[in-house]
Design a protein around this ligand. Sequence first.
Ligand SMILES: C[S@@+](CC[C@H](N)C(=O)[O-])C[C@H]1O[C@@H](n2cnc3c(N)ncnc32)[C@H](O)[C@@H]1O
Length: 218
Amino acid sequence: MDSRAWDERYAAVDLVWGGAPNRWVAREVAEITPGRALDLAAGEGRNALWLAGRGWRVTAVDFSGVALDRGRRLAARAAADTAGRIRWVRADLLEYVPERAAYELVVVAYLHLPAAARRRVLRRAAAALAPGGELLVVGHDTANLTGGTGGPRDAEVLFTAEDVLADLAEPPGPSESPGPPGARLERVRAERVRRPVAQEAGPPKDAIDALVRLRRTP
Ligand SMILES: C[S@@+](CC[C@H](N)C(=O)[O-])C[C@H]1O[C@@H](n2cnc3c(N)ncnc32)[C@H](O)[C@@H]1O
């Protein structure tokens, strides 16, 4: 989907993903001391708003102007200092190059791109980590096609935790090194996780997510 299609989707429904932060983001980040955070594909900002509410200074990037405007409006209604802690950036992640070694946390939640584009975005995301910083990647797992519910029904844009690890493990190319020379990414978690989702009819079904949490060596 291009930015126009995402704008249309956001314009049609308020809070497409709900107002609460993604459960994996909330679970994994709860114990991390707030610093600077980068939220790539931030959408309407549910995760950025939650992070800012906990004291993080957040750069929230997305190519949907409609989603970012909604995020700004939500921030304006939140506690007084929350809005001031979020910088909203409209950009295409295929072009956007974040500041290197600048963030204690980088979140990429439910960004589904073809493999080559995903690799490019994730390697830039990793390069944006400050020493000791953490990268959290969450998305609909490929297994969702056969055993789960929700998310894109296109295997080309789904991924597994192993795909993410492979994206970041490849030897660095000239312009997309996953980090400064000597920096390594340590695995905190790389797994498949299940998330119960209410159904219109019948009992809840599990969505299957890929969850990867990595820490840059100090
Ligand atoms: C499923 S939503 C997830 C939003 C948010 N991360 C969340 O969890 O609530 C995917 C988001 O990716 C954004 N997106 C997709 N491709 C993009 C690209 N090339 N550049 C910037 N944003 C993109 C869309 O606009 C959309 O907001």
